[in-house]
Design a protein. Structure first.
Ligand SMILES: C[S@@+](CC[C@H](N)C(=O)[O-])C[C@H]1O[C@@H](n2cnc3c(N)ncnc32)[C@H](O)[C@@H]1O
Length: 329
């Protein structure tokens, strides 16, 4: 969790530069409005990013967090061997997933971000102007509304923190559109019980379409986390001075909780399966003297406790470095 995502510092600098002209009072007021809007889980009847100030506030207070979450997700998939050449980001807003993908995949050659809010796209374009990666600097930001996305194909389609703004029918349609355009699809949502419930529905739709789950689950069975538990992870976000001021926060970091699922067409997923999954770490590991205790989701579809003791040698050393969200060493 302490791992800093690629391009986090560059994104922070770009954000500082981009929001410099916006009045601090306006920014704080818009941030407050967005915080309370995102807390209420109800489909939006009008765009939530309703003005340039709302867009600036979103970018300053949310984008570092969604970027950190997506960096963890896409970094995980890159480690498993996913190597997309093209990215299509639906409801991409100011481009958090694009920044994360450029940081995670050296294979990437083209990036397209689509969103309904022109002001968000304009800020996204502004942010990548001095981007540290050529593919990011050359990204296309274009206006499109869910249901009317252009017929563009991509190796990877991302849908990041969008579903909660849509009703259930529109969520299903968006995921179907993503799968129709992508060879692999990643959906990320806030790491809350309702975000997880949306992710579970997406997972079922992916499996029903014959796609292969490539993360975070190490199996395609029913999710073993039922009752009061839900599958979510955390990404550490370092807060800039502005970020702290905007949120009225004192800590120099925050942990962004997120839930996610990724699947691919069988021909894309097959080579990834060469490396069998050892299990997914579902909580902060307990690092004790001489052993590390994990709560994991296992490849056989169960979840429970696993212990790696000092006797395991190399594996124990890897276990000491392992974090919540990683695969079990
Ligand atoms: C919470 S923001 C997430 C932005 C970005 N994906 C991220 O992870 O930071 C939700 C985005 O979805 C977009 N969105 C919501 N409903 C949409 C629709 N019907 N058509 C196109 N974009 C939509 C919003 O404009 C907004 O930019």
């Amino acid at each position: 969790m302490s791992r800093t995502p690629a391009y986090a510092a560059e994104l922070r600098d770009a954000l500082t530069r981009a929001v410099r002209g916006v009045g601090e009072r306006d920014l704080a007021r818009a941030t407050e409005a967005l915080v309370s809007r995102y807390r209420s889980v109800a489909p939006a009847t009008a765009p939530i990013l309703a003005s340039q100030v709302h867009v600036a506030a979103y970018a300053a207070y949310r984008m570092p967090a969604t970027h950190a979450a997506l960096s963890r997700v896409l970094g995980d998939l890159a480690e498993r061997g996913l190597a997309p050449r093209s990215l299509l980001d639906l409801g991409g807003g100011t481009g958090a997933a694009a920044w994360a993908a450029a940081g995670a995949f050296s294979s990437l050659e083209s990036v397209t971000v689509l969103d309904q809010v022109e002001d968000a796209l304009a800020l996204g374009r502004d942010l990548v102007r001095q981007a540290p990666s050529e593919v990011l600097a050359g990204a296309t930001f274009a206006r499109a509304v869910a249901g009317e996305w252009p017929q563009q194909q991509a190796d990877l389609v991302t849908v990041s923190y969008v579903l909660s703004e849509l009703d259930e029918r529109a969520q299903e349609a968006l995921v179907a559109d993503a799968m129709q355009r992508g060879r692999s699809v990643v959906v990320a949502e806030p790491g809350t019980p309702d975000g997880y419930a949306r992710v579970l529905r997406v997972r079922s739709a992916m499996l029903a379409a014959g796609w292969t789950i490539i993360g975070p689950c190490p199996h395609a069975d029913e999710c073993p986390l039922v009752g009061s538990d839900w599958c979510h992870f955390a990404a550490r976000v370092n807060r800039s001075a502005e970020h702290r001021r905007l949120k009225g926060a004192e800590l120099s970091y925050e942990d962004e909780k997120f839930s996610w699922v990724a699947a691919a067409r069988p021909e894309v997923a097959e080579p990834l399966a060469v490396q069998p999954h050892s299990g997914r770490i579902l909580r902060h590991p307990l690092k004790r003297k001489g052993f590390v205790e994990f709560h994991v989701c296992r490849p056989d579809g169960t979840a429970g406790r696993e212990v790696v003791s000092k006797k395991a040698g190399e594996r124990y050393r890897a276990a000491r470095d392992a974090e919540w969200g990683d695969t079990l060493p």
